[in-house]
Write a new protein. Structure first.
Length: 365
């Protein structure tokens, strides 16, 4: 007999939080996937597939022998770095504190229990579950690879924390690192060198002219300098070059190519030495399976479902870019990547009931 839903969600989430599953701890990434695997292996009827790429383990579980279920529910088990005490969960009223509680081990706990309960039905729905371990560093070895290997679906939900709203649009991402050339010389003889920091300063001013930083939330393309470095290690040398890193979040109307070109033009004679992109996620709210999710959410919660747009990206982009209706949907919480991260237990229960009802309302087949 399984534990009551609330009790088991708290237990599973607490156990998951105790794994220090950061990108630089491959032992913990494997251990936390092993924990999920151990739970699911005890569920009759689940078909489980383990895989790994670039040292990042993944697990897929389906209720039927297929690579193409109607619905895939996705959760990541990697977390960002935290203080040691954050890997010891603390329950205070409705809030469960700890690293990953909100992002997104609470959601994973819900998916684990959901897999158990759906598999116990006389006729389980055609639903699959993905558990990955590299979302925080881009997702290429996890969700991106699973898609490339043929794990497809009619609808994809990343169980990211959304305060029980449905996120159906996210900005695209470009990470650029530019090198601005100079000419080294003694700091006391600036006429004998070419200081790249002046070109850098000019470029930053031009960048602000082209992409003014918004002073309040706005759905526009933003270009944010995040670090500046030179190869000089002394105070009396004009550096031979300067490096600037930029975090770009672009709306769908701006392509990665056009934004990257505009940024490079802002810095005279610069060259791109690092260029990584991640596409935008766009899913229309009237897609049939997304509309069904909104209807189910409204029924369970007793209030109309809310759609919204988010500035940061997620693994949902992989499936969205493949033409598969994809959204993020998950529990209420606070303190994403901070020292006081928490998730609402009540919202995790509600999240479970929405997904349980939604899964059974999916088209048969």
């Amino acid at each position: 007999m399984p534990l009551p839903i609330r009790e088991e969600i708290i237990r599973l989430t607490s156990d998951l939080i105790r794994f220090d599953s950061t990108a630089d701890r491959p032992d913990q990434l494997h251990a936390v996937i092993d924990y999920v695997d151990g739970y699911l292996q005890a569920v009759p009827g689940l078909i489980i597939h383990r895989s790994e790429a670039q040292g990042k383990p993944s697990l897929v579980a389906t209720l039927r022998p297929t690579q193409t279920p109607t619905l895939f529910l996705n959760g990541h088990l990697d977390v960002v770095a935290a203080q040691a005490q954050q890997f010891e969960p603390t329950l205070q009223g409705d809030r469960l504190y700890g690293r990953g509680s909100q992002d997104m081990k609470g959601s994973v706990a819900v998916l684990m229990r959901l897999a158990h309960d759906l598999a116990s039905l006389e006729t389980p729905p055609n639903v699959g579950f993905q558990f990955v371990s590299d979302e925080e560093i881009g997702g290429d070895a996890g969700t991106g690879r699973l898609l490339a290997e043929g794990w497809r679906c009619g609808c994809f939900i990343a169980a990211e924390p959304t305060d029980m709203r449905i996120c159906n649009e996210q900005k695209g991402i470009v990470w650029l690192r530019l090198r601005i050339p100079g000419a080294a010389a003694h700091g006391s003889r600036p006429w004998e060198g070419q200081n790249p920091l002046f070109a850098l300063a000019h470029g930053l001013v031009e960048l602000m002219r082209r992409f003014p930083p918004p002073q309040q939330e706005a759905w526009i393309t933003t270009v944010t300098p995040t670090s500046v470095k030179t190869s000089s290690s002394t105070n009396n040398q004009i550096p031979p070059d300067a490096l600037v890193s930029l975090d770009i979040r672009h709306v769908a109307e701006d392509t990665p190519e056009s934004v990257s070109a505009a940024v490079q033009e802002s810095f005279a004679q610069s060259e791109i030495i690092t260029h990584k992109t991640a596409g935008a996620m766009i899913t229309h709210a009237d897609e049939p399976l997304i509309a069904l999710l909104a209807q189910t959410c409204a029924t369970i919660r007793g209030t109309p479902a809310t759609f919204y747009r988010e500035h940061f990206g997620s693994d949902a982009r992989f499936y969205s870019l493949a033409g598969i209706p994809s959204v993020c949907f998950g529990p209420v919480g606070h303190g994403l990547h901070s020292d006081d991260e928490w998730v609402s237990i009540e919202s995790l229960e509600q999240f479970y009931h929405v997904l349980y009802t939604y899964s059974q309302a999916l088209p048969k087949g």
